[in-house]
Design a protein. Structure first.
Length: 368
């Protein structure tokens, strides 16, 4: 039994009393309690691979802020790590792979990720679900997630984060056969990974297509979006009698919203490059009344509390001016408030307090 089901209802385009809020990377380095747990764990990988620590940091933002969903604390690179690419985190450098896929021989050796190597993730999902229960009721729903097949491929080919992912895009243009093999393996792996998260207790799923927005028009649809569509077709949409909403998010993908609406997701995550009202109108015009999630620029959280409240209010007022998703709903229904990308590690924690207060107050006021 969910004590607070606003997030699930909003994803499914149902009426809610106020706009639900959660933040990408809400469990992270901007929180002093997260840094304390990470220090205790010893390293980021130990933190992510120890279910007790992953559970602790997943709950930290919920204890501090009135958020409407928890998201599994993990890393998007767990899948390629389970394929044997050798994930490592060097201090101050971020993640990298010891064995990137640069040659035909590398790609030929690649196999679907062994889910047995990822039991620490599924154990964390189960532990978090249990830890969310208070007085016999679950506080908020738990979101499971994965990187998209294309975004994972970018890291797997280049070996680490890059400004332009030159090696991945060169393979796409020069050896599309090799990229297609990587994507097919990633599709099977992502679908299996998300399915196991649902079995372990995830109540909604999100696919992060962080690098889809750097693809040329046409290539995005053919390479990244087509792969996400295949993943979604393989996912369970119900578990134990409950709908499992699926959200897709392509950073920089606002111009492709009509295309994203065709792949079977329940909700579309947006960054700050498209307004919420424009997104709503585009979806309705395409005959796809889907929920949307987003899309405050995370750097607004470095402003004053007054400015944060003002900008959050502007986003909500903009959507309130758009047509409703369906007859009988308020224009604000079918929207999950979030940032347009992950929260910065340098964000003052009190800025999130100001944001949460503004979203709660203003989304209730606009509904009256």
């Amino acid at each position: 039994m969910l004590l607070n089901d606003r997030f699930i209802k909003a994803c499914l385009g149902q009426s809610v009393d106020r706009t639900p809020l959660w933040l990408m990377r809400q469990a992270g380095r901007y929180l002093p309690e997260y840094n304390a747990t990470r220090a205790k764990a010893g390293s980021f990988l130990d933190l992510a691979k120890t279910p007790a620590y992953a559970t602790e940091v997943t709950l930290q933002p919920l204890d501090r802020y009135p958020l409407d969903a928890a998201i599994l604390f993990s890393d998007i690179l767990t899948i390629p790590d389970a394929m044997g690419l050798g994930l490592q985190f060097a201090a101050g450098e971020g993640p990298s792979f010891q064995h990137p896929l640069r040659t035909e021989a590398d790609v030929k050796k690649l196999r679907v990720a062994d889910m047995g190597e990822l039991t620490y993730v599924f154990d964390a999902v189960s532990e978090i679900r249990k830890a969310l229960i208070q007085d016999g009721k679950q506080r908020v729903p738990l979101i499971g997630f994965s990187g998209s097949p294309w975004t994972l491929a970018c890291y797997m080919i280049d070996g680490s984060s890059a400004d332009e992912f030159r090696h991945a895009k060169t393979m796409m243009f020069d050896r599309p056969d090799l990229l297609e093999r990587i994507l097919e393996i990633n599709i099977q792996s992502v679908a299996a990974y998300l399915t196991e998260q649902v079995k372990a207790g995830a109540q909604a799923l999100m696919i992060f297509d962080t690098w889809g927005g750097m693809l040329p028009d046409g290539w995005y649809q053919q390479v990244s979006l087509a792969a996400m569509k295949k993943v979604i077709a393989l996912l369970p949409r119900e578990h134990e009698g409950q709908r499992i909403p699926v959200i897709i998010f392509t950073k920089g993908g606002g111009l492709w919203i009509e295309d994203m609406a065709q792949v079977g997701a329940d909700a579309i995550g947006l960054d700050w490059t498209i307004s919420l009202s424009r997104a709503r109108k585009a979806l309705l015009a395409a005959g796809k009344p889907l929920a949307i999630q987003g899309n405050l620029d995370p750097l607004i959280l470095f402003s004053s509390p007054e400015k944060i409240a003002q900008e959050a209010g502007k986003l909500l007022a903009d959507l309130a001016s758009a047509p409703a998703l369906k007859p009988g709903l308020h224009s604000l229904d079918g929207h999950v408030f979030n940032l347009g990308h992950g929260i910065s590690q340098f964000t003052p924690p009190e800025s999130v307090t100001a944001l949460a207060q503004a979203v709660i107050e203003q989304s209730q006021k606009l509904r009256r």
